[in-house]
Design a protein around this ligand. Sequence first.
Ligand SMILES: Nc1ncnc2c1ncn2[C@@H]1O[C@H](COP(=O)(O)OP(=O)(O)OP(=O)(O)O)[C@@H](O)[C@H]1O
Length: 307
Amino acid sequence: MKAAIALNRVSKEFKGKRAVDDLTLDIAEGSVVALLGPNGAGKTTSVTMMLGLQKPTSGTVRLLSGDPGDRSIRARIGAMLQEVNVIDRLKVREIIDLFRSYYDKPMPLERLLKISGLDAEKEKMATSLSGGQKRRLDFALALAGDPSVLFLDEPTVGMDITSRLLFWDTVRALAGSGRTIILTTHYLDEADSIADRVVVINRGRLAADGTPEKIKSAAGGRILTFTAGASFPRELIDSLPGVTQASWSGRRVRLHSADTDRLLFELVGRQADMKDIEVHGGGLEEAFQHLVQDESAAAEEARGNSR
Ligand SMILES: Nc1ncnc2c1ncn2[C@@H]1O[C@H](COP(=O)(O)OP(=O)(O)OP(=O)(O)O)[C@@H](O)[C@H]1O
């Protein structure tokens, strides 16, 4: 399948600090991809590089097989970014029309008003809109050129629950018409309901990549933690059945597994030297946080080892 977006070993540094670190990623045309990650993970920086708004410090970005900075490529892209900048002294309808005028084949005004749910507000001054309505106006502006690739950077921030649900229904319908959609969110549930692929970014690096089901099963399950005694061999972890992730923090060991009962039974059977054993699990969000935290802990450890 053709790649709508191709990032090859992309890094971005700000004053010596790496926001994106050697990221390689292909996004197939027609797919709906959610970029997930904690605050400061590098999601927005990645998206702005895909859009050609920022240049990578190293590596290459291709958008629709071309340079993201090219006018002809930009004409096929729509973006709803985090900064909300509503133009003063214009009505909703006028702003949408202004944006439509930038494109050769814009979406009809009526359709944009309907999609964004702003029909009743079309004669209002844009500055008088509520936060959630301004987000919906941003959505209409992103769609003005009838784009084949749509970027949505935390699109539902500021929307109430009804608007959120309506918004995702609309995005789902747009995805059905063959557009490529890249969205960033903090919510695994939102990603799960819309995306066919989830890419988890943490500290500028790829932490996980796969279908929502795959990510959930990697992030999910339960967690067994214990303090390993002096005679606990590190290699023992590798030979344990059903461990999806393992990390060490000092002598504290954290193991993810879909079946922590069996894992514990196995460890006890092998007379492993452990104390302060805990088993915990929980919701999807909590599991996701662990996935990201564990990735960070592993990165810290790798950095420590390489020093
Ligand atoms: N223009 C900039 N100048 C300096 N540092 C920046 C700049 N833009 C981003 N950063 C830094 O790069 C890192 C990644 O930021 P980015 O906005 O890409 O993260 P994010 O995953 O989108 O976070 P959030 O979920 O909070 O929006 C952060 O440490 C941020 O402070």
